[in-house]
Write a protein that binds this ligand. Structure first.
Ligand code: ADP
Length: 711
């Protein structure tokens, strides 16, 4: 009823009723009190799972019911789809909800009919660069996880995007959702917003440290761990499952996540019912049923059969999404993960174990992780509506360590977050895009714009002037911008060149573009490896680390390829570029996934992520060569297509069918099915199916579903 008083239409409230929401949580009430329904800007800094989304929805619904448009920004693609599914409920009122991720140089004009658009910060940035019209006509901007402005890599994009959106839509309501950071007030000042800050949680969270089979919860007494496993993390997991809960174990590395899961495997066998065992068996087979599954995937399947999984960024996306689903549905009892899981989709568990609180840092060795990170992992403890409470535990080896951990991570405050805009690669890219999209036509306009960023809240704009000038000098010398008059001064005006504009739209680092352009205009490139090295040489490609065992392989390759060798000194930097190029080459030459993993020390998800970056850079190179009339365009397009699926040219028709990857496509090809239309035969004649290795009944079903419509 209160909400009706605040002017939300009665019908709008049905949604919440249908979700089983009966009354607002205290921080939600505070959000309403501070004017989220009156269009006021708001920063909501409260713990995970305490209902931040709903507060933003109040603002969104109020706006869309009066014809307004919302842009909802999240940090990850998976989160965008999660929110999109949630907001699709609004379609019952006739509102249109859309989602936009990836494909950075593709126009987003088709979203102009949408009332709510969910997107990532990178996609929002790219839509601004493309001059998407409706972006200047937004009434509500929601920024989920705004504390990520602190992130070295992606923070600058987030703050620049928010600053631009605020400048373009001065009347728009900004709702920013945040973890409980100490300096939330600074974020609120930046966004000219009211602040609601609270530690309230919907279920009690007990935070503590375990030592000698006893969990010390400084604020909630203590608790014996009822398990006699040798390994502490395993005991904590088994104990939680004995009590009817699930557990998440956070480890410092991928290898540790596999190791920790390996130790748990077996300890839960007696706790699984025959029905659960059957179901896990089926799910484990699903994990195996992925094109080109590797040894690591097989290991995952083996563990899943016994109720445990590991989760890290090197795994294939299909596997990651499947594990997350299995855990939500309660089928899996435990996941051992790297900390990335804590920053992703909402995946709560009764008990969270932070097994490793130190992480390797190349400059400092093993180093304790920030309080904010531990709190983020802790915050995943407790499933609303299912667990009576959540428990979050760190592991100590002795009493001294226990007391230190309590002081630092249980009682202590989180760190302040800081702007990372003063980094040269970030500025290079954002200064160009600010000029190219017409935001700043002069030096003073550029500085005015910088004045609207979070950086300027924490520093004086002058602190960045020198760096901005250096970046402008670079952009001018590369021919991406033109500067009026003589020299760069505060009165200088500037404009992007056609090529500068295209670089900004392609969403690549201007330094990548300049390296690519230099390469394309140079002496004739011949072999695939030279094109692949061209993309690995750019700062947009994260190159692979050189292990001791890599040197002989990479160096002997270079001996046989003197043209490539000329490109660099024989230092680690160059060698790692070459190593990465070789991986990409093996990928498009259809080398076995498992072999590539062994040769390069990567996981199969890594191969795909590298390939996807390479595909984007090859696409960008093709686009740039169109503009510079280079001769390589067909060559680049061909490589780009092969990169997408990791195949030779002749398989490109087959791999475009979902469920058929590079391995199954090759098998089909060998058996004489070379195109989609050849496959119609398979559909008609089941007996032929059995002859093709790796193409089982499930895949046939998928093919049927996909090709069936075209018959
Ligand atoms: P956050 O964004 O803060 O991490 P969410 O908005 O995802 O948290 O909310 C977590 C869960 O709590 C969701 O399942 C949501 O439906 C539920 N929830 C939110 N507000 C309420 C409420 N007032 N009463 C009951 N459940 C709620």
């Amino acid at each position: 009823d209160d909400l009706l008083d605040f002017g939300l239409p009665e019908e709008g409230l049905e949604i919440f009723g249908d979700r089983g929401i009966e009354e607002l949580y205290p921080p939600q009430v505070d959000g309403v009190r501070s004017g989220v329904l009156d269009g006021r800007n708001l920063v909501l800094a409260v713990p995970t799972a305490s209902g931040k989304t709903l507060v933003s929805e109040l603002g969104i619904l109020k706006s869309v019911f009066s014809g307004g448009r919302t842009l909802y920004i999240v940090p990850l693609k998976a989160l965008a789809y999660e929110k999109f599914e949630l907001f699709k409920e609004y379609e019952r009122y006739g509102f249109n909800v859309g989602v936009a991720t990836g494909d950075y140089d593709r126009s987003a004009d088709y979203l102009s009919d949408m009332d709510v658009v969910v997107t990532t910060s990178e996609k929002a940035d790219s839509m601004l660069r493309l001059g998407t019209d409706w972006i200047g006509d937004v009434d509500v901007v929601v920024c989920d996880e705004v504390h990520l402005v602190d992130s070295d890599r992606r923070g600058p994009t987030l703050e620049v995007t928010l600053a631009k959106l605020m400048m373009m839509n001065p009347g728009a309501q900004v709702i920013a959702l945040s973890a409980t950071i100490s300096n939330a007030r600074e974020i609120a000042n930046w966004l000219d917003a009211g602040l609601v800050k609270s530690d309230w949680r919907p279920i009690e969270l007990k935070e503590g440290v375990v030592f000698d089979d006893f969990i010390d919860f400084p604020f909630d007494g203590g608790k014996e761990v009822c398990s006699d496993e040798d390994d502490v993390a395993t005991s904590l997991v088994r104990d939680a499952v004995l009590e009817g809960g699930q557990a998440l174990v956070f480890t410092s590395s991928r290898r540790n996540s596999r190791g920790a899961a390996g130790r748990i495997v077996g300890s839960l066998d007696d706790l699984l019912s025959p029905m659960e065992e059957d179901r896990l068996m089926e799910l484990s087979n699903d994990i195996l049923d992925v094109d080109g599954v590797t040894e690591e995937g097989e290991r995952l399947a083996r563990y899943v059969r016994r109720g445990v999984a590991f989760h890290h960024a090197g795994l294939r996306n299909t596997h990651l999404r499947r594990i997350e689903k299995l855990f939500s549905s309660g089928d899996l009892k435990a996941i051992c993960s790297t900390p990335t899981l804590a920053w992703g989709i909402n995946l709560p568990a009764r008990r969270v174990v932070v097994r490793d609180y130190k992480r390797y840092d190349p400059n400092y060795g093993m180093k304790p992780i920030p309080v904010l990170d531990v709190k983020q992992m802790f915050g995943r403890a407790g499933r609303p509506g299912m667990d009576p409470y959540g428990e979050a535990v760190l592991i100590a080896k002795n009493e001294v360590e226990r007391d230190q951990l309590i002081d630092r991570y249980v009682v202590g405050d989180t760190e302040n977050i800081t702007s990372k805009l003063a980094s040269e690669p970030a500025l290079r890219s954002h200064v160009l895009s600010t000029i190219a999209s017409g935001f700043a036509g002069s030096y003073s306009e550029l500085m005015d714009f910088i004045d609207r960023t979070f950086f300027a809240v924490q520093n004086r704009p002058e602190d960045i002037q020198l760096l901005v000038k250096r970046v402008l000098g670079f952009l001018e010398s590369e021919g991406f911008i033109e500067v009026d008059g003589f020299g760069l001064g505060s009165g200088s005006g500037f404009d992007a060149t056609a090529i500068g504009k295209r670089v900004s739209e392609l969403y690549i680092d201007p330094l990548s573009a300049s390296r690519i352009l230099e390469r394309l205009s140079g002496r004739g490139m011949e072999s695939d490896i030279e094109f692949l090295h061209m993309v690995c040489e750019t700062p947009d490609m994260d190159t692979l680390y050189m292990r001791k065992s890599d040197y002989s392989r990479v160096e002997s390759f270079l001996k046989e390829n003197p043209r490539l060798k000329e490109r660099g000194e024989m230092d680690d930097w160059f060698l790692s570029e070459v190593k990465t190029s070789l991986l990409l080459k093996d990928w498009i030459d259809e080398e076995d996934d498992g072999d590539i993993c062994d040769w390069y020390g990567v996981s199969s998800g890594d191969i795909r992520r590298k390939a996807s970056t390479a595909e984007w850079l090859l696409h960008s190179a093709a686009e740039l060569s169109k503009m510079s009339m280079s001769l390589y365009i067909n060559r680049l397009r061909n490589l780009q297509r092969r990169m997408q699926y990791g195949v030779k040219k002749e398989l490109s028709d087959l791999v475009s069918i979902s469920g058929i990857g590079r391995v199954r496509a090759r098998e089909l090809y060998k058996n004489g099915y070379r195109t989609k239309s050849d496959l119609h035969e398979l559909i008609d004649n089941q007996s032929l199916v059995r002859e093709v290795d790796g193409v089982g009944a499930k895949t046939i079903e998928k093919i049927k579903r996909e090709l069936g419509g075209n018959e």
